[in-house]
Write a protein that binds this ligand. Structure first.
Ligand code: NAD
Length: 256
């Protein structure tokens, strides 16, 4: 809230814009929702099960003088995805920025990964961002932004046990680069942000492999959701005008 309030008192580069952040109820998505709102955007955030947490984010944004709306949208449900995009447009009268953030990680030995795991991870990490971008693209106009949250495991580093997660996140590279070309003529950019180890429920800084992960960064430390949010805010604002088709690491120099 301190960061939100501080930014709210400063320049508001996204004033008049509307954003949709998937999985905005906690972790990196929550930090992105708060940051975009602090920069002046009206923010719709989706959640799957954390209605209370999503409501808290909305309240926090509203307390700081912003506009926000939370809507349930399970990544597995195409109708809920489309309804969340349509709802955001109804609510705010426009859509300028989509942040595909919701994602899950299933790690484990390659040969032990079940069909259920494959379906769950690919539907959440690939099918959902694809469908959300498709629904959003219909509403984006000149200056529109599609920003997806990948992972340094998509391109920069590989770990045993990461086949499914890395496969899913690498798919976002293809989606992003091609969207950049296809939507570029309409003045819409598409970019990918690859976080390294960020302290969230998915990857807590006091978790089992945390010391190893921190040790692999050049900075020797975990990052915060707000570190990722700062780059998303840059891409969403005027500073991102001429950046498209890019993959930007926010990873503390993970395995450089
Ligand atoms: P998190 O588990 O704290 O949050 C994940 C978010 O995704 C939640 O808001 C959750 O509600 C949402 N979500 C999950 N499954 C969903 C579904 N089926 N339908 C709708 N929403 C769903 O994780 P996080 O660390 O904040 O991760 C956010 C993104 O960043 C993910 O895409 C993740 O892969 C990526 N990432 C995280 C790290 C890290 O170290 N934390 C590193 C690289 C990439």
């Amino acid at each position: 809230l301190t960061e939100t309030t501080a930014a709210a008192n400063g320049p508001r580069p996204l004033a008049g814009k509307a954003a949709l952040v998937t999985g905005g109820s906690r972790g990196i998505g929550r930090a992105i929702a708060l940051r975009l709102a602090a920069d002046g955007a009206a923010v719709a955030l989706t959640f799957r099960s954390g209605q209370d947490q999503a409501d808290q984010v909305v309240k926090e944004i509203e307390r700081a003088g912003g506009h926000a709306w939370a809507v349930r949208a399970d990544s597995a449900d195409a109708e809920e995805i489309r309804a969340s995009v349509a709802g955001a447009v109804d609510r705010f009268g426009r859509l300028d920025i989509l942040v595909n953030n919701a994602g899950i990680g299933v790690l484990g030995p390659f040969e032990g990964i079940s069909l259920d795991d494959v379906d769950r991870v690919l539907w959440t990490n690939v099918r959902a961002p694809f469908l959300t971008a498709q629904a959003a693209a219909a509403h984006l106009t000149e200056g529109g932004r599609i920003i997806s949250i990948g992972s340094c495991m998509a391109e920069r580093v590989a770990f045993p046990g990461g086949t499914l997660y890395a496969t899913s996140k690498a798919a976002l590279t293809g989606l992003t680069k091609t969207l950049a070309k296809e939507l570029g003529p309409r003045g819409i950019t598409a970019n990918l942000v690859h976080p390294g180890p960020i302290d969230t429920d998915m990857n807590p800084a006091d978790g089992e492999s945390a010391a190893m992960q921190a040790g692999l960064t050049a900075l020797g430390a975990y990052g915060r959701g707000s570190d990722v949010a700062a780059t998303v805010a840059h891409l969403a604002g005027d500073g991102g005008r001429y950046i498209t088709g890019a993959s930007i690491a926010v990873d503390g120099g993970f395995a450089v």
